[in-house]
Design a binder for this molecule. Structure first.
Ligand SMILES: *Cc1c(COP(=O)(O)O)cnc(C)c1O
Length: 592
């Protein structure tokens, strides 16, 4: 045990600097006051050092890094510093000093060069992004206008490299100015949360950096995908989990596969002859469906005009009579209807289309039934909530994003289908350089040719790891907690002055409502009421972004003025969070 290791003297000198050893100015400040914070912060830079005790001392007039500096112990003064008595690992000091070295160009981890740096990065990530970033007491964003951010943040690339110290600073700045989507009050979009097991899975994915196209390069991930996709098909209700599936970079792409498979099933010539071989094709989806259906129709040459949008009821569910009428209309026009894309959990209102009725119509007219359950698919986990998707087992294909209701890290989206072999038929090309048929193992495990991607990230790992961690029961509890929170939130606002529901009984965990400031509450009959209400949500959004206290999105839809859509998928929230969020709306709207 030695007094005052070199590491700590250096630390003290950083009182007036930032971003040294991963200690920011604010931490240095608090070091002077709080023992806990001090120890907390010193565990970070000096991994192998135990603080035994510390004392205040006066700063020498000329500070240096030499170990011989004479610090004088004092009781209190403006110039006070801190002297540590510590047990230290001297090797760390040597590595510490390397932090000022420039990063090296070789893309190979080198223990003596990178271990400490990576540990420090991980410490910063854990402290600032993972724990502070999800702490209710902290702001979830630090909004700056683009011009301001360009000044505050060192975006520019240069001929010269950076030092590890500078890189730590950049890491930290990136965290500071990013939105903490794992924060409990990030309730803005259909994804959120920072699942601890998902995070580790994500990190592991990146440490291994696989590409899931052949068994040879991704043996574990290939079998993991097979397992998870089969389990998901069982949960959907495909018999014995039979069928096929792939992980896609997002639900939009999964929906695109639905379109591609549906078309290939009816017109296999499309693959080689292209669009010229086809009549005009028409598909159907509701007017509340996700925009990716139209986007994919454009992308794949079907054309967005050939996506017939079916009316929805007040709640946002597809109108079956209109669906059949539109199908008949398209046939009368001489076009060929080929697919219906139903939605389970619409993006804004959270509505579930009536799948059994849609399946009947698809059978009657020989249409492919796709179910876009990107958002609502998670409800399948729970016996209580899977009723919302009754009939999904009759679908030809399903989009289901575990990165939404199940809070797997971005991105994690599955495309599932009941048909075996169709994916490979529609998209396979047998690239001889990659999918050699004369390999020494069973090449049916070279699954990459089913995809339109070549290299592909192993999105399965983080989800599989979460599933392993929590068990299916844990995922059920997660879903039920999130739905219960949403129901509780709805109950809180349904009859509360200032709140008005877009629909009184939301089906999913996205809840749409207006906040009506006091100044507008008695003006309902005024001519400009709608216009004024339309301006409320954007004004409140600006305020919440600038204060950084929560994030909730808004939109206008179905001829309504702007309304809020709050979204829950984080099972770490509880009833008092629901109460807090309601009060936060009232606070933000109080002066409007
Ligand atoms: C989010 C969403 C999508 C798109 O999924 P991404 O992963 O964001 O591409 C598609 N459909 C519905 C219903 C969605 O809510």
């Amino acid at each position: 045990m030695q007094p005052l290791a070199k590491v700590y003297k250096r630390t003290i000198h950083y009182r007036n600097q930032t971003h040294k050893f991963g200690i920011s100015q604010s931490v240095i400040q608090s070091m002077r006051f709080s023992e806990n914070q001090l120890e907390e912060s010193l565990k970070m830079p000096a991994n192998n050092v135990n603080i035994i005790s510390y004392d205040k001392f006066s700063l020498p007039s000329s500070s240096s890094d030499e170990e011989t500096t004479d610090y004088k112990k004092i009781e209190s003064s403006d110039d006070e510093g801190i002297q540590f008595v510590a047990q230290e690992d001297y090797r760390n000091c040597i590595r510490m000093n390397k932090q000022n070295e420039e990063a090296h160009f070789e893309s190979l981890p080198n223990k003596s060069r990178h271990e400490l740096f990576i540990r420090q990065c991980v410490d910063i990530l854990l402290k600032e992004a993972v724990f502070e970033g999800t702490n209710r007491k902290n702001r979830l964003l630090n909004f700056r206008n683009p011009d301001e951010l360009k000044k505050l943040f060192d975006f520019e690339l240069s001929v010269h490299g950076s030092t590890h110290d500078e890189l730590l600073g950049l890491l930290r700045d990136t965290i500071t100015f990013s939105v903490k989507t794992g924060h409990p009050y990030f309730v803005n979009q259909l994804f959120s949360s920072l699942d601890p097991y998902g995070l580790v899975g994500q990190w592991l994915t990146d440490a291994l950096n696989p590409s899931v196209y052949t068994y040879e390069v991704s043996p574990v991930f290939t079998l993991m995908e097979e397992t998870v996709l089969r389990e998901m098909r069982k949960i959907v209700g495909f018999k014995d989990g039979k069928g096929d599936g792939i992980f896609c970079p997002g639900g939009s792409i999964s929906n695109g596969y639905g379109l591609s498979c549906a078309r290939h099933k009816k017109f296999p010539d499309i693959k080689t002859k292209g669009l010229n071989s086809l009549p005009r094709l028409v598909l159907f989806t509701s007017e509340d469906a996700h925009y990716s259906i139209k986007k994919m129709a454009s992308f794949q040459g079907v054309g967005s005009d050939n996506v017939y949008c079916i009316k929805t009821d007040r709640r946002g569910k597809m109108d079956i009579l209109d669906l059949e009428a539109q199908i008949i209309k398209s046939i009368e026009e001489g076009a060929v209807p080929f697919m219906v894309s139903a939605t389970s959990g619409t993006t804004v209102l959270g509505a579930f289309d009536p799948l059994n009725e849609i399946a009947d119509i698809c059978e009657k007219y020989g249409l492919w039934m796709h179910v876009d359950a990107a958002w609502g698919g998670g409800a399948l986990m729970s016996q209580k909530y899977r009723k919302l998707l009754t009939g999904i087992e009759r679908a030809d294909s399903v989009t289901w994003n575990p990165h939404k209701l199940l809070t797997a890290p971005q991105q994690c989206s599955a495309f599932l289908l009941r048909h075996e072999g169709l994916l490979a038929e529609a998209h396979g090309l047998n690239a001889a350089y990659l999918f050699q048929k004369d390999k020494f193992y069973d090449t049916k495990y070279d699954t990459g040719d089913k995809h339109i991607q070549c290299g592909r990230r192993a999105d399965v790992l983080k989800f599989w790891y979460m599933w392993k961690a929590k068990g299916t029961n844990g995922l059920v509890k997660h879903i039920e907690r999130v739905f219960e929170n949403a129901e509780y939130f709805t109950d809180l606002i349904r009859n509360r002055p200032g709140f008005e529901m877009v629909h009184p009984e939301p089906e999913c965990t996205n809840i749409c409502f207006w906040y009506i400031p006091k100044s507008l509450r008695d003006c309902k009959d005024n001519d400009n009421y709608k216009e004024r209400l339309h301006r409320v949500a954007p004004a409140m959004k600006e305020k919440m972004m600038k204060e950084g206290t929560m994030m909730v999105t808004y939109q206008a839809q179905k001829g309504h003025p702007n309304f809020f859509r709050i979204v829950f998928q984080n099972s770490g929230l509880n009833r008092s969070d629901m109460e807090h969020l309601v009060q936060e709306f009232e606070r933000l709207g109080s002066n409007l």
